[in-house]
Design a protein around this ligand. Structure first.
Ligand code: CMP
Length: 219
């Protein structure tokens, strides 16, 4: 499984075996909490199967989803590398299996495997880049541009001919760090313009070109 996943493709069989020998497998049901924001970080996680939501919330109303992580993605490294406490919460949104690596073994892996460390840095740089873009978008783009960007981001690994994602309006609003009503209005605008179709929690992209143009021009 690890060798097939992009993140681990360049690791040697020895490095992959090393990861497997120090990891234990843990299963989560849909809705199970992996950890809460502000918990002390003790473990590093690799997604073997399923989908994990990384999010933060303030009170019961304000929620922001940072990412949906899938097979081969990892999380939980930030508190082990510096922050000490978890910067966000993690919850399984499907039945999921995680490879769990203790803090000490994770640090040992960094010391022993330069390829693993490079991959880690590469992913962290990508996440920082995405966060910078999101800040820019929140400050300078209107809701339509932000929705277009969110859809492009959520479908970036989907190479099907007809691109569809299952996501309800609340999830979409949380991903964009806003509330449902403006997102609902923006969805209707994109529907009327023939850019997307949205029915019963399933979003279909009708024109990726138009979405890109809206995300780039909607300042
Ligand atoms: P940690 O702070 O230990 O616990 C929460 C984890 O969520 C964090 O490590 C990262 O692995 C992950 N995380 C935080 N922010 C993001 C983000 N913007 N994109 C993807 N993963 C994130």
């Amino acid at each position: 499984m690890l060798r097939k996943v992009c993140f681990f493709k360049t690791l040697t069989p020895r490095e992959i075996n090393q990861i497997l020998s120090i990891a234990r497998l843990k299963r989560y049901k849909s809705g199970d909490l992996v950890f809460m924001k502000e918990d002390i970080g003790n473990n590093f996680f690799i997604v073997k199967s399923g989908r994990i939501k990384i999010y933060t919330s303030i009170g019961s109303e304000k929620k922001k989803t940072f990412a949906f992580l899938k097979k081969g993605d990892f999380f939980g490294e930030m508190s082990l590398l510096g922050g000490k406490v978890r910067s966000a919460s993690a919850r399984a949104v499907e039945e999921s299996e995680l490879l769990v690596i203790s803090k000490n073994n994770f640090k040992e892996l960094i010391r022993q495997s330069p390829d693993f460390t490079l991959k880690l840095l590469y992913t962290l740089a990508n996440r920082l880049n995405k966060t910078d873009k999101e800040i820019e978008s929140m400050l300078f783009h209107n809701i339509l541009g932000r929705l277009a960007e969110a859809i492009i981001d959520l479908t970036k690994d989907n190479h099907a001919k007809i691109i569809k994602i299952a996501i309800d309006q609340n999830e979409l609003a949380e991903y964009m760090g806003t509330t449902r009503v403006p997102v609902c209005r923006a969805i209707n605008t994109l529907k009327r313009s023939g850019v997307i179709e949205y029915r019963r929690g399933e979003l279909t992209v009708l024109s990726m070109d138009k979405l890109r143009s809206i995300s780039g021009n909607a300042v």
